[in-house]
Design a protein around this ligand. Structure first.
Ligand code: GCO
Ligand code: CA
Length: 252
């Protein structure tokens, strides 16, 4: 059973690995035996994550790319592929911008879509092409509770998270025949930088906590099991699924 979940001998690329959910996922995949390429927007970004993995006896390295820049994403894909076959891609890098819809700046709209959707699609396409040649691969996208509902003053983020859920299913449909499993994790409300504004807002914090059946916010480590499952052979017949890890939020 342990071997079913083992990632030994695999290389994983995790975007947004400098902190928060991406860091926890990178650490979890490394603990399951993967060699993890941690990417972040700056050179220093993934240092902390690489150090954590190395200190725990795992293997990791870092690459930098601004996911809002298509040419940089293309370059990241080529740099990563030059390091050897990549069997696992986790598209975790994301951004959020908060403003009411009637005054939402289009520049921010395009940036959110570029990072949360375009970069994930382009990396999936480039790494997926190599996975098709090897007839093996795992792609994990990070969806959201806002893949299901509209959110409050985060229209671009909501659009991007509905879109990434669709991309997950579209790629799963095309690539399942190549033994590539494309799935997503939909985190509930987690204590990360993304939700800092919500945690700090006493009323919203209380409202959010009140509707989580588990009665607490998620900690990044709560994603470890789902990430390892979807990256491993244990999920070889799971395709196009969006796995909510939300303390029951969607069930309420
Ligand atoms: C919000 C939050 C969400 C969370 C998360 C929920 O404004 O409602 O920031 O976007 O970050 O994605 O799953
Ligand atoms: Ca937004």
């Amino acid at each position: 059973m342990t071997s079913l979940f083992s990632l030994a001998g695999q290389t994983a690329l995790v975007t947004g690995a400098s902190r928060g959910l991406g860091q926890a996922i990178a650490v979890a995949l490394a603990a399951a035996g993967a060699n993890v390429i941690c990417t972040s927007s700056t050179q220093e970004g993934s240092r902390d994550t690489v150090a954590k993995i190395t200190a725990a006896g795992g293997n990791a390295s870092g690459l930098a790319a601004d996911l809002s820049n298509e040419a940089a994403v293309e370059q990241l894909a080529q740099q990563a592929l030059a390091l050897g076959p990549i069997g696992i891609l986790v598209n975790c890098g994301g951004t959020i911008f908060r403003a009411p819809a009637h005054e939402f700046p289009m520049q921010e709209w395009h940036k959110v879509m570029a990072v949360n959707v375009d970069a994930a699609f382009l990396l999936s396409q480039r790494l997926g092409t190599e996975m098709i040649k090897r007839q093996q691969g795992k792609i994990i996208n990070i969806a959201s509770m806002l893949s299901y509902s509209g959110g409050i003053t985060v229209p671009a983020y909501t659009a991007s998270k509905h879109a990434i859920a669709g991309v997950t299913k579209a790629l799963a449909n095309e690539w399942a025949q190549h033994n590539i499993q494309v799935n997503a994790i939909a985190p509930g409300y987690f204590k990360t930088d993304n939700t800092a504004a919500l945690q700090a807002d006493t009323a919203r914090n209380a409202a959010i906590t009140a509707r989580i059946p588990a009665a607490r916010w998620g900690e990044p480590e709560d994603l470890a099991g789902a990430a390892v499952f979807l990256a491993s052979g244990a999920s070889n017949y799971v395709n196009g699924h969006i796995l909510a890890v939300d303390g029951g939020w969607l069930a309420r």
